[in-house]
Design a protein around this ligand. Structure first.
Ligand code: NAP
Length: 291
């Protein structure tokens, strides 16, 4: 069994990005610039945005944080998005989700200029991903594909089961795994899938993205399978200062001995999600997706 070290891979990618940023700046360009819009004071969202800003600093990007209170009117948020869409000093921006209930998330996402949509959530980017055109791919699936590539994991002709069909993880993951560059044969499973145990046990590559801690057990994994655990659920823990720890969708200790490759939680997919936002911002700054 080989452990897929997302933390070390993400660190290596950050170093590569930093080298590219230094080259851009030395050539007289400004540093890539990412902005984040944060609405309200949700603890999780505050933490994620703080990480994103810290990541930007580490690779030499400029970053901006734009805050609104929880009761911000939708038209005020949309006006800010239009302003950022037209700001030549800004390469990409994200609107941290979830948004308060009175704001319609799809309208906010569709208001973002696809060329600056570094989260890859805009329907134009999703559609371009589906038909294999250059696009911003949402960060978690992007990071998982990068792990498969960097660990030179065989995918062609293999059966990949993706458990979960959310717009940000499961669905784009399944699309990417079926692309000609990857060539897996993909099954997407969800909460209504009948024969989930047998289906998972038939997978050469099992991608668990359901958010149910410890759901994938030893009997659901084929000998020699590649297992990617996307799940990160905060569970109470007496062993950490915070009183919580992250638990994956896979029972690691049971499943790992059967695997050819497996990602741990934490230290697997999570760091790759973070670094993929930086990769997308660099692509935006270089005009690699939309000329
Ligand atoms: P989500 O929007 O809640 O989607 C979960 C998906 O799993 C849904 O499609 C749901 O099916 C399916 N599902 C739930 N319970 C199931 C069950 N018992 N059997 C089969 N399918 C089941 O979640 P998400 O945003 O995709 O995130 C999934 C997990 O990944 C969460 O733990 C999240 O925290 C984690 N995550 C981690 C990262 C990272 O960087 N590591 C990034 C994003 C998300 P239905 O469609 O039928 O409801």
């Amino acid at each position: 069994m080989q452990l897929i070290d997302g933390k070390a891979t993400a660190k290596a990618i950050k170093e590569e990005i930093k080298i590219e940023v230094d080259k851009l700046v030395q050539a007289g360009h400004r540093a890539p610039h990412l902005a984040a819009i944060l609405v309200g004071h949700d603890g999780g969202s505050e933490t994620y945005v703080a990480y994103k800003i810290k990541d930007c600093e580490e690779v030499g990007f400029r970053s901006s944080l734009i805050r609104f209170e929880n009761d911000v009117k939708e038209e005020v948020l949309l006006a800010k998005i239009r302003e950022l869409n037209n700001d030549p000093e800004l390469d990409g921006f994200i609107v941290q989700l979830p948004l308060p209930e009175h704001i319609k998330e799809p309208e906010v996402i569709e208001a973002i200029n696809p060329a600056k949509d570094v989260d890859g959530f805009h329907p134009v980017n999703v559609g371009r991903t589906v038909i294999g055109l250059p696009s911003f791919v949402s960060a978690t699936p992007f990071g998982i594909i990068e792990l498969l590539k960097r660990y030179q994991i065989e995918t062609s002709g293999l059966h990949c089961v993706v458990v979960g069909r959310s717009n940000i993880v499961g669905r784009p993951m399944s699309i990417l795994m079926s692309q000609k560059s990857i060539n897996a044969t993909v099954t997407v499973a969800h909460s209504r899938t009948g024969n989930l145990e047998e289906l998972c046990a038939s997978a050469d590559i099992l991608i668990a993205a359901l958010g149910a801690p410890g759901f994938i057990k030893e009997n659901m994994v084929k000998e020699g399978a590649v297992v990617i655990d996307v799940g990160t659920t905060r569970v109470p823990s007496s062993e950490t200062k915070s009183g919580f720890r992250l638990k994956g969708d896979v029972i690691f200790d049971e499943v790992a001995p059967k695997c050819s490759f497996i990602t741990p939680v934490p230290g697997g997919v999570g760091p790759m999600t973070r670094v993929s936002l930086l990769s997308n911002t660099l692509l935006a700054a270089k005009g690699n997706i939309y000329q």
